[in-house]
Design a protein around this ligand. Structure first.
Ligand code: C2E
Ligand code: MG
Ligand code: MG
Length: 445
């Protein structure tokens, strides 16, 4: 038996989402009125790209059509099937009579898809992953239901579990992580991910000396996602290599467009702990510096103390290689980790960045002031410069100047901003700009 269809044909176009939403809303209203349950399934083919790569797009398209036919065969008249584009399908199961109905339907669908396919005289084997969410148990509207079903599908894919029914009580966080993981993959390509730049001042001269590049992700549905959250997701999804490669390249390109040449100021990029132990890191940095013709000394890589402590020997090796290339290294969030002075002495690092937790309350907390002064003295003793982060007001800025702190960044100077806004900020800023920036600004005027 074939499912009812609101369009009578395969729906593969950009309007799939609105078609699906439209139908879902109607069916949700009906289910609500009839006091019935409804389920939404999302089905995704496993490694479909490989089929395209191995057999060509013509075969790939036939596979997609055959999968559609097989899913349709597994459904009842009262169900609705949509091809969401690429290798993804959605099914609305209405008039559910038993709680096991979504699971039974999924099993049937996956079994049908999994049977060998003869296409263009070739026998292909295809498999799929599915996720399901049920109204009203897991969600009360179309948007939430689709999110939940999609999240369950992504979680199933991550767990290689075949299928998973959304379970709001036990796996919400895992599912959210899996969902983020799935969308982070596309975010890099689709431009959802960007860098914001927070200017850094030479505090003793009041002049712009560089900036820190901070990753930002505006998810189409979830809004802004904190870098601390998505960097963790990228690490667990083995995507931190590509994310960092992307950051270094974008930072060098955008910052040096702003500064005209690489002489005036440096750009700092944060390195994840995991990358310090990756053989990819050094060639990756070398490649990016070569592509953009940047002076190696104008790129600063920030590493946290705790990152180095995971495997100090390996970290030391990597840091030495970067140092030999001329890259500057900075210890981020200094004071929050456990680096010993013996270890610190061995590091080819030229900058200590005092963690903002010591700076934010310096004005009121004498102890913080003492710690900050000790870090400044320690850094200078080791021939390093000090950067203070988290300067939120003028009083703190003045204190740091008096204490001999070399560089600083914070909301009082400027918040992190997109590259395009740097020009506007530089024009109206009360701080001095290096010659290169000034000449760039006057050229643009
Ligand atoms: P971080 O490297 O220590 O970055 C400084 C953080 O302090 C940034 O938060 C910045 O927005 C914030 N900040 C700057 N000035 C002030 C201030 O005056 N007051 C307060 N309260 N905060 C201030 P953000 O952008 O949320 O980044 C958080 C952390 O995420 C970063 O800490 C860094 O560890 C990580 N991160 C950000 N971008 C990247 C990236 O591209 N790669 C990697 N691996 N990590 C990144
Ligand atoms: Mg940092
Ligand atoms: Mg920091």
């Amino acid at each position: 038996m074939s499912p009812a269809s609101d369009a009578g044909a395969l729906l593969v176009n950009n309007s799939w989402r609105s078609r699906l939403y439209g139908k879902l809303s109607l069916e949700l209203t009906a289910a609500r009125n009839r006091d019935e349950q409804l389920a939404l399934l999302v089905v995704n083919l496993v490694k479909f790209r490989q089929i395209n790569a191995d057999f060509g797009y013509a075969v790939g398209d036939k596979v997609l059509a055959e999968v559609y036919r097989r899913i349709a065969n597994a459904l009842r008249e009262s169900d609705f099937l949509y091809h969401l584009g690429n290798d993804e399908y959605a099914v609305i199961l209405t008039q559910l009579r038993v709680p096991q109905a979504p699971e039974l339907a999924i099993k049937k669908i996956l079994k049908q898809i999994g049977e060998n396919m003869a296409i263009d005289r070739q026998v292909l084997s295809v498999s799929a992953t599915a996720g399901a969410a049920v109204f009203p148990e897991h969600a009360s509207d179309s948007d939430e239901l689709l999110k939940a079903a999609n999240a369950a599908m992504l979680y199933a894919r991550e767990q290689q579990a075949g299928y998973i029914i959304y379970d709001a009580t036990t796996r919400t966080e895992d599912i959210r992580q899996a969902e983020l993981k799935g969308s982070l993959r596309t975010a890099l390509d689709s431009g959802e991910l960007m860098l914001h730049y927070q200017p850094q001042l030479n505090l003793q001269q009041g002049i712009l000396c560089g900036c820190e590049a901070l990753a930002r992700w505006q998810h189409t549905e979830m809004g802004w996602i904190s870098p601390e959250l998505f960097i963790g997701v990228a690490e667990r999804a083995s995507m931190i290599d590509s994310l960092t490669y992307w950051s270094i390249n974008v930072a060098l390109r955008e910052w040096f467009q702003f500064c005209t040449t690489s002489e005036a100021a440096s750009v700092s990029v944060n390195l994840s702990a995991q990358l310090l132990h990756s053989p990819e890191l050094v060639p990756m940095v070398e490649h990016a510096v070569n592509i953009w013709g940047a002076k190696p000394g104008s790129l600063v890589l920030e590493v946290t103390e705790s990152a180095m402590m995971i495997d100090p020997r390996a970290a030391l090796r990597t840091l030495h290689q970067l140092h030999e290339m001329g890259i500057k290294l900075s210890i981020d969030d200094f004071g929050t980790g456990y680096s010993s002075l013996t270890y610190l002495k061995k590091l080819p690092v030229s900058e200590l960045k005092i963690d903002k937790s010591f700076i934010l309350h310096m004005a009121e907390q004498q102890q913080d002031r003492r710690i900050v002064q000790s870090v400044i003295d320690l850094a200078h003793t080791l021939d390093m410069v000090v950067v203070a982060e988290g300067i939120e007001n003028e009083q703190i800025l003045n204190m740091l100047v008096a204490m001999g702190c070399d560089y600083g960044q914070g909301f009082f100077i400027a918040r992190p901003m997109p590259a395009a806004e740097l020009h506007v900020w530089a024009r109206s800023s009360v701080w001095d700009m290096p010659e290169e920036v000034l000449s760039k600004l006057s050229c643009e005027a």
